[in-house]
Structures are given as structure tokens and as C-alpha cells.
Design a protein around this ligand. Structure first.
Ligand code: HEC
Ligand code: HEC
Ligand code: HEC
Ligand code: HEC
Ligand code: HEC
Length: 179
């Protein structure tokens, strides 16, 4: 059963939706993503892992195909390799990783891609073979060439989601994406 405040929230959204929708339809180029200066606790190089060593994205982000969140790997999945590999160029970054492992602490990665709280984004519906079957790069850019991810390639605006849904005959019902 829905709680009354949920109805308030939904009608609130619909009330100024026409305006928001009109704005997103105007075809002006989307505002570029803010220049975020991310300071990760460890400088994790995607280009080394996914580019040079061709480790599959889903080796680390293993829940993307079957759950809402792609997930960030636990320290244990790094240690399979880094118990042995010290790192040629940045051994001090690998040392930080080993220190987290020794202390039994999770690594507090800085979150980069995040949609607003009133939006639902299910990864599995986009990447699973029997659903959207999209490549990660479609939305996240050429991650295998990026040294340290710090900026959003695509601003996560409603117009961007809706445009691709239109192009692919996916639903554009408000309730599909909104709580
Ligand atoms: C060896 C493990 C590993 C592999 C392989 C890997 N990643 Fe990651 N990924 C991570 C870790 C750790 C983070 C958190 C640190 C960061 O944001 O850079 C992360 C973060 C990300 C983020 C940002 C998450 C956020 O906070 O919003 C995206 C997007 C991403 N990875 C996509 C990819 C894609 C696409 C591939 C394949 C081309 C890939 N990753 C391969 C470990 C991996
Ligand atoms: C399948 C094996 C594998 C896994 C899993 C893996 N790495 Fe690596 N990692 C490597 C290899 C290979 C290098 C390159 C080492 C070199 O060039 O000396 C590397 C390099 C690095 C470096 C840079 C060191 C340097 O000298 O360039 C960091 C930092 C790092 N890894 C962190 C992580 C973290 C954090 C995770 C878990 C999210 C992880 N790795 C998972 C294989 C792996
Ligand atoms: C259709 C666009 C799209 C595709 C395809 C996509 N992502 Fe995402 N990704 C997003 C959006 C949007 C978010 C923010 C979701 C949120 O805030 O709930 C996100 C968030 C993430 C995050 C942050 C942490 C988390 O658990 O959500 C990671 C990591 C990530 N994506 C990795 C991947 C990988 C790896 C693939 C390919 C297997 C992939 N994504 C495919 C759009 C996409
Ligand atoms: C690059 C194209 C693309 C982008 C960008 C994209 N989507 Fe999708 N989305 C799809 C496709 C294709 C499907 C249908 C998958 C299927 O057939 O199961 C889908 C399905 C969905 C579903 C499930 C729909 C249902 O009928 O249950 C939700 C929810 C969703 N997307 C939300 C979002 C949100 C929120 C964003 C933006 C943050 C977004 N999508 C961006 C292509 C995209
Ligand atoms: C395919 C996914 C998707 C669909 C369908 C969708 N939205 Fe959204 N909507 C989003 C995303 C993502 C945001 C967050 C944009 C941001 O944070 O910049 C958003 C934001 C909004 C906002 C907040 C204002 C704003 O621009 O941030 C309102 C209001 C809204 N949507 C109403 C609606 C209504 C009404 C419908 C149906 C006509 C609808 N949405 C359909 C994805 C969707």
C-alpha cells in the first residue's frame, strides 16, 4: 500500500513536469558535466587493468548484469593479484591497497556516477544480453583508456535517458524511472 507522502511526492513531480520536460526538449546542448576533482583513496588505473591487461569490466563490476548496481569490487578481489603484484610505476599505491587489506577495512572510493534519489536506474536492464545488451562504454565512455576516473562523460540528465529510450523503443513512462 502506498503511503500518503508518496502520492504527494508523485503529484509534486508531475506538477512541474511539463516545465521540466519542455526545458529538456528544447534541444539546447546539455550543460557540460561539472569539473569534479575527485581524490580517490587509491589512484586506481582503469587503463592499466581494463586496457593494457584486458581484464573484463565485469570481472570487477560483477553484479552489473544481474542487479541494479554495477558494484565496486571488494578488497579481496584486488588481492588475488596484488598479493604478488607490487606495481612497477606506483608501488606506493599498491602498498595503500595492502594496508587496507591488512586492517580489514573496505576502501572508501569516491562515488562518481549518481542519479538523483527520485530516479531508479537498473544496470541489469541495460547490460544483460536478454535486455538492453548495451556496452558499458555507451554510457561511461572509453573507461579502458582512462587513467583515473574523475569526471562524468555523460551528464545523467533526464533528456539523455529519454532520448535513448525513444531511439530503442524502451519505455518512457514517468513511473518507469521515477519512484
Ligand atoms: C580490476 C578491477 C576493475 C576493472 C577490470 C574495471 N573496474 Fe571499474 N572500477 C574499479 C574500482 C576499484 C572502481 C572505484 C574507483 C574509481 O572510481 O576509479 C571503479 C569505478 C568504476 C566506475 C565509476 C564508479 C562510480 O563511482 O560512479 C565506472 C563507471 C567503472 N568503474 C566502469 C568500468 C568499466 C566500463 C570497465 C571495463 C572497461 C571497468 N570499470 C573495469 C575496478 C575495476
Ligand atoms: C587480474 C589481476 C589484477 C586485479 C584483480 C587487480 N589488479 Fe591492480 N594491477 C594488476 C597489474 C598486472 C598491474 C600492473 C602492474 C605493473 O605494471 O607492474 C596493476 C596495477 C595496479 C596499480 C598501479 C601500480 C603501478 O605501479 O602502476 C594499482 C594502484 C592497482 N593495480 C590497484 C588495484 C586495485 C585497487 C584492485 C582492486 C579493485 C586491483 N588493482 C585489482 C593486476 C590486477
Ligand atoms: C545505459 C547507461 C549505462 C550503461 C550501459 C552502464 N551504466 Fe554504469 N551507471 C549508469 C548510471 C546512470 C549510473 C548511476 C546509477 C545510480 O546512481 O543509481 C551508473 C553507475 C555505475 C557505477 C557506480 C556504482 C554502482 O554500483 O552503480 C559503476 C561501477 C558502473 N556504473 C559500472 C558500469 C559497468 C561496468 C557497465 C557495463 C557492464 C555499466 N556501468 C553500464 C549508466 C550506465
Ligand atoms: C544508451 C541507451 C540508454 C540510456 C542512455 C538509458 N537507457 Fe534505460 N533502457 C535502455 C533500453 C534499451 C532499455 C530496455 C531494456 C529491455 O528491453 O529490457 C532500458 C530500460 C530501462 C528501464 C527498465 C524499463 C522497464 O520497462 O522496466 C529503466 C527503469 C531505465 N531504463 C532507466 C533509465 C534511466 C533512469 C536512464 C538515465 C539515467 C537510462 N535508463 C538511460 C536504454 C538506455
Ligand atoms: C528514462 C528515464 C526517465 C523517464 C522516462 C522520465 N524521467 Fe524524469 N528524470 C530522469 C532523470 C535521470 C532525472 C534527473 C535529472 C537530473 O538530476 O539532472 C529526472 C528528473 C525529473 C524531474 C526533476 C527536474 C529535473 O529536471 O531534474 C522531474 C520533475 C521529472 N523528472 C519528471 C518526469 C515526468 C513527469 C516524466 C514522464 C513524462 C519523466 N520524468 C520521465 C529520468 C526519467
Amino acid at each position: 500500500m502506498k503511503k500518503p507522502w508518496q502520492f504527494v511526492a508523485v503529484s509534486g513531480i508531475v506538477a512541474f513536469a511539463t516545465l521540466a520536460f519542455a526545458q529538456s526538449q528544447e534541444g539546447e546542448s546539455p550543460p557540460s558535466a561539472p569539473a569534479v576533482t575527485t581524490v580517490h583513496p587509491i589512484a586506481f588505473p582503469h587503463n592499466t587493468h581494463a586496457g593494457e591487461f584486458k581484464i573484463d569490466c565485469q570481472y570487477c563490476h560483477f553484479s552489473a548484469e544481474r542487479s541494479v548496481d554495477a558494484g565496486v569490487p571488494p578488497v579481496s578481489s584486488c588481492m588475488g593479484c596484488h598479493i604478488i603484484i607490487r606495481g612497477r610505476n606506483k608501488p606506493e599505491e599498491v602498498q595503500k591497497l595492502r594496508d587496507y587489506w591488512d586492517r580489514g577495512e573496505p576502501i572508501p572510493w569516491v562515488r562518481i556516477y549518481k542519479v538523483a534519489d527520485h530516479v531508479k536506474f537498473p544496470h541489469m536492464r541495460h547490460v544483460a544480453k536478454d535486455a538492453g545488451a548495451l556496452e558499458c562504454q555507451e554510457c561511461h565512455g572509453q573507461v579502458e583508456e582512462i587513467e583515473v576516473i574523475e569526471e562524468v562523460e555523460q551528464p545523467l540528465r533526464m533528456g539523455w535517458c529519454v532520448q535513448c529510450h525513444r531511439d530503442n523503443d524502451a519505455s518512457i513512462d514517468c513511473t518507469v524511472c521515477h519512484y
